[in-house]
Design a protein around this ligand. Structure first.
Ligand SMILES: C=C1C[C@]23C[C@@]1(O)CC[C@H]2[C@@]12CCC[C@@](C)(C(=O)O1)[C@H]2[C@@H]3C(=O)O
Ligand SMILES: O=C(O)CCC(=O)C(=O)O
Ligand SMILES: [Fe+2]
Length: 372
């Protein structure tokens, strides 16, 4: 993953100080006050009526209509599941089992690889925790660049085996993310000529990425806990492997929180804020969250994909015109991550330069999220 130091720089300027005690979830019979959320089921976005059959589109990447299908899903949902994506099942099994090994280490061991307040990589709570008064029922491990130094702290013996799995996973995900980016842009009529940085195959121009391993322990009272609070990703797109336990929910405007059920071999793809900006709001980034389970723990692995971190992203020329003024100012990924670290779900609104012509609020002005 190139440009690693630049991505890390975004957080050096905006350190995240979460006054947390690192908790050993395995020893808890009930939820401590620090983790009790009181307003999870936001009245504005209730859980949907079970009779509503709306579900996140599943798209077969080998389907001849893939371009239209992806375009429609991005426009109407901002999220889709893909099958026939070419990622070997064995690789998904390996990354899942490596992640399980990591999170099942004793807490003192995991803390040897803790993320520092102004760092980007390592073990810790979700970065967004600092925006909430309550803590989330989850643990995370972020990888930007090589995990070697951290993994050496975790496993003194066989850390290279775990590093190899991560490297292989990043390589395959990078290829899939590029392919998906072109399908999404292609569905908007954008070609490689329209977007120089994305067309390049040069090593340093491939785009930057982060890998986020999430672990949600089983929870004695799931209705009072939050796995990962509602957010959008600051990426172009995110590819999420959620193994076989459900927990991911996406907000569908006008309907509510919809669960994205794991499908065998499927991968979830989220539209992120940078694609939202690039598409001038045509492909809205999706607000999503993770809920927890009384009996089962859950793992998810997110590949967060963005442009080379110092390339300026702004609404594509082909998508703007007299009736479609550019809605966002140019911003680099690096700068946007800093903005997100400061404003969280108001980051997208903070780079907005123009109100929509119809005077209505942008559906994705993500400033409606409640604090626990
Ligand atoms: C590149 C990144 C996106 C991310 C921050 C990060 O540096 C690595 C972790 C990513 C993640 C994963 C969980 C949700 C999220 C909002 C967070 O707190 O950390 C995202 C960040 C993001 O997309 O803004
Ligand atoms: O665990 C999940 O399903 C969601 C994870 C997520 O949203 C993230 O890592 O950004
Ligand atoms: Fe996310």
């Amino acid at each position: 993953m190139p440009s690693r130091s630049l991505l890390a720089d975004a957080f050096r300027a905006h350190p995240v100080h979460v006054h947390q005690k690192h908790i050993d979830f395995t020893s808890l019979q009930e939820i401590p006050d620090s983790h009790k959320w009181t307003q999870i089921d936001d009245e504005q976005h209730p859980l949907v009526d079970p009779l509503i059959t709306e579900s996140v589109p599943v798209i077969d990447l080998s389907d001849p209509n893939v371009l239209q299908n992806i375009g429609h899903a991005c426009k109407t949902w901002g999220v889709l599941q893909v099958t026939n994506h070419g990622i070997p099942t064995s690789l998904l099994e390996n990354i899942e089992s490596a992640s399980r090994s990591l999170f099942s280490l004793p807490i003192q061991q995991k803390l040897k690889a803790a993320r520092s307040p102004d760092g980007v990589s390592g073990y810790g709570v979700a970065r967004i925790s600092s925006f909430f008064s309550k803590l989330m029922w989850s643990e995370g491990f972020t990888i930007v660049g090589s995990p070697l130094e951290h993994f050496r702290q975790l496993w003194s013996q066989d850390y290279t085996k775990f590093c190899d799995i991560i490297e292989e996973y990043k390589k395959e995900m990078q290829k899939l993310a590029r392919r998906l980016t072109w399908l999404m842009l292609g569905s908007l009529g954008i070609t490689k000529k329209d977007l120089k940085w994305a067309g390049s195959t040069g090593e340093s121009e491939k785009g930057s990425a982060a890998l986020q391993l999430n672990y949600y322990p089983a929870c004695p009272d799931p209705d009072q806990a939050m796995g990962l609070a509602a957010h959008t990703d600051s990426t172009l797109l995110t590819i999420l492997y959620q193994s076989n336990t459900s927990g991911l929910q996406v907000l569908k405007e006008g309907i509510g929180w919809i669960t994205v059920p794991p499908i065998p071999g499927g991968l979830v793809v989220n539209v992120g804020d940078l694609l939202h900006i690039l598409s001038n709001g045509m492909y809205p980034s999706v607000l999503h969250r993770a809920v927890v389970n009384r009996t089962k723990h859950r793992l998810s692995i997110a590949f967060l994909y963005g442009p080379p971190s110092s390339v300026e992203i702004s609404p594509l020329q082909k998508l703007v015109g007299p009736n479609h003024p550019p809605l966002y100012r140019p911003v680099t990924w690096n700068e946007y991550l800093g903005t997100k670290a400061k404003y969280f779900n108001k980051a997208l609104s903070s780079v907005r330069i123009c109100a929509p012509l119809n005077g209505l609020a942008d559906v994705n002005d993500h400033n409606r999220v409640r604090v626990g």
